[in-house]
Design a protein around this ligand. Structure first.
Ligand code: HGY
Ligand code: MN
Ligand code: MN
Length: 423
C-alpha cells in the first residue's frame, strides 16, 4: 500500500469504544468512572487485560524494572520505534478516558496496520507507563520519568505511598516488576493521544488539539505540627493550632493564584488533620499544594510566595512546618515537527484543530527529554476530568485515534535524528 492509500486508512471505531468500556469495567466506581490507583489489585487487572490484547496482536511485549509495559510491532528496518502510549492507572475518582484512550488508541493503530497488512519502515511501539497519576506514589509521571532516565529506578522503588506502602513491594505484589532495563530504549519519536481535561476545545467547537507543550508542575507536602489540646478548655491566645494554619494556607493558595492571574493555578487537594476529632485541637495537619504555570519564572515566584506565607503563619501561630517536594517539573515545549504533523494530519482529515498547551501533566512531557514528541487532544465535555463524569463524544474519540494513526504513519516516513544510527 503506498503513502497515498495509507492516508485513507481509518481505525475501527467500534472496537476502540468497546475496549474503552471493557477497561473501564475494571475498578468501576459510581458515575461510570474507574478507580485503579497505581499498583493496586485493580491496576494489576487492568494491566493484565491490556497485556493480553498486546499479545493477541502479536506484539513483542517487555516489562521493565518499574513496571512500564511496551509492545513492539516490527518494521521493515530495525532500530528505535515510533512510539505511542499513555497510562492506565487512575486517580481514585478517575474517568474512563484519562490515559486509557491513548493506550487503547495505540492498540487500534497496530490492529489497523495488521488488518491492512501494512509494514511500516520503522517498528511501532505502544506502551503504558507505571503510576502516571502519582496520586498514590508521587511524583506523577513516575514510570515515564524512570523510563527516560530522569529518576533512578532504585529511588523510585523506595517511594513510600500516601497509604504507607512501598512502591517496590507493591510492584512485586502485583507481579509487574519486569527485567527489562531502566532507563528504557529511546524511541525515534513519541506521540500521545489524550483527552484535553480542560474546557478549551469544546468551548471553541474544535475537535483536535495539537499540543505545543506542558506547563510546569510543583507539588509540595506540608506537615504542620502544633499542640493538641482540649477544644473547650484552651483559651484562643494559648493555642498552637495546625488546623488553623492549614486553613490559612488553603485560602492563601487561592488568593495567590488569583492575584498572579494569567495561567497560574493552585490547588490543595489533600488535607488531613490528626487526630481529626470534633473536640480536639489538632496535633498535626498534613496537606499538599499543587502549583502550575506555563512560565517557569512565574512558577518559582508562586513557590516563593507560598513559602513566605507558610513561614510567617507558622511563626505567628507557634507551630512548626516540615516541607517535602513531591514533584517538580519545568514547563516542556514539544518538537515543532511533531506538533506540525498533528496539526496537518488533523486538517487533512477534515477536522478543526488548534494549537494549545496542556494544563495537565503527561508521560509525553518525559519522553520529550529523549526524542521528538507531541500530543493529540480531543475535547472533554465541560472540561471535566479526574471525575467519574469525565466524557468525550465517541466521534471525537475516534477522530483522535485516526489522527494518531495518520500522525504515526507520517512520522514513519520522516527522517529523524535517530534513524540509521547503529544501535
Ligand atoms: O497531575 C497531572 O496533571 C496528571 O494527571 N498526572
Ligand atoms: Mn492522564
Ligand atoms: Mn490524570
Amino acid at each position: 500500500m503506498n503513502a497515498e492509500q495509507n492516508t485513507a486508512l481509518r481505525i475501527d471505531g467500534h472496537r476502540l469504544l468497546r475496549r474503552i468500556e471493557d477497561l473501564a469495567a475494571i475498578g468501576p466506581i459510581e458515575g461510570g468512572g474507574s478507580c485503579r490507583l497505581a499498583l493496586t489489585d485493580e491496576d494489576r487487572a487492568g494491566r493484565d487485560l491490556v497485556v493480553t490484547w498486546m499479545h493477541d496482536l502479536g506484539l513483542d511485549v517487555t516489562i521493565d524494572g518499574i513496571g512500564n509495559v511496551v509492545g513492539v510491532r516490527s518494521g521493515r528496518t530495525d532500530g528505535p520505534p515510533t512510539m505511542t502510549g499513555s497510562h492506565i492507572d487512575t486517580v481514585r475518582t478517575g474517568g474512563r478516558y484519562d490515559g486509557n484512550l491513548g493506550v487503547l488508541a495505540g492498540l487500534e493503530v497496530v490492529e489497523t496496520l495488521e488488518r491492512e497488512g501494512i509494514q511500516t519502515e520503522h517498528p511501532v511501539a505502544v506502551g503504558f507507563f507505571t503510576d502516571e497519576e502519582g496520586a498514590r506514589f508521587p511524583p506523577d509521571m513516575l514510570g515515564s520519568l524512570v523510563y527516560v532516565g530522569g529518576m533512578a529506578v532504585e529511588e523510585a522503588l523506595d517511594v513510600v505511598g500516601i497509604d504507607g506502602t512501598v512502591l517496590g513491594a507493591e510492584l512485586d505484589r502485583i507481579g509487574y516488576r519486569g527485567t527489562s532495563p531502566c532507563p528504557g530504549p529511546s524511541p525515534r519519536a513519541f506521540v500521545e493521544l489524550h483527552v484535553e481535561q480542560g474546557p478549551v476545545l469544546e468551548a471553541e467547537g474544535v475537535t483536535i488539539g495539537a499540543v505545543t507543550g506542558v506547563q510546569g508542575i510543583s507539588w509540595t507536602e506540608l506537615t504542620i505540627t502544633g499542640q493538641s489540646n482540649h477544644a473547650g478548655t484552651t483559651p484562643m491566645d494559648l493555642r498552637h493550632d495546625p488546623g488553623y494554619v492549614a486553613a490559612a494556607v488553603v485560602a492563601h493558595v487561592r488568593e495567590l493564584a488569583l492575584r498572579m492571574g494569567s495561567r497560574q493555578v493552585g490547588t490543595v487537594g489533600r488535607l488531613e488533620l490528626h487526630p481529626n476529632l470534633v473536640n480536639v485541637v489538632a496535633a498535626s495537619a498534613t496537606m499538599t499544594v499543587d502549583l502550575r504555570n506555563t512560565d517557569e519564572a512565574l512558577l518559582q515566584e508562586a513557590e516563593a510566595d507560598l513559602a513566605r506565607f507558610v513561614a510567617d503563619a507558622a511563626t505567628v501561630e507557634g507551630v512548626t512546618v516540615a516541607e517535602r517536594t513531591l514533584a517538580r517539573f519545568e514547563p516542556v515545549t514539544f518538537d515543532d515537527r511533531v506538533v506540525d504533523t498533528v496539526a496537518a494530519v488533523a486538517s487533512d482529515l477534515g477536522h478543526t484543530v488548534r494549537r494549545m498547551p496542556s494544563g495537565a501533566g503527561h508521560d509525553a512531557q518525559m519522553l520529550a527529554r529523549v526524542c521528538p514528541t507531541g500530543m493529540v487532544f480531543v475535547p472533554s465535555h465541560d472540561g471535566i476530568s479526574h471525575n467519574p463524569a469525565e466524557h468525550t463524544e465517541p466521534d471525537d474519540l475516534v477522530a483522535g485515534a485516526d489522527v494518531l494513526l495518520q500522525t504515526i504513519l507520517t512520522l514513519d516516513r520522516m527522517v529523524l535524528e535517530s534513524d540509521g544510527l547503529d544501535r
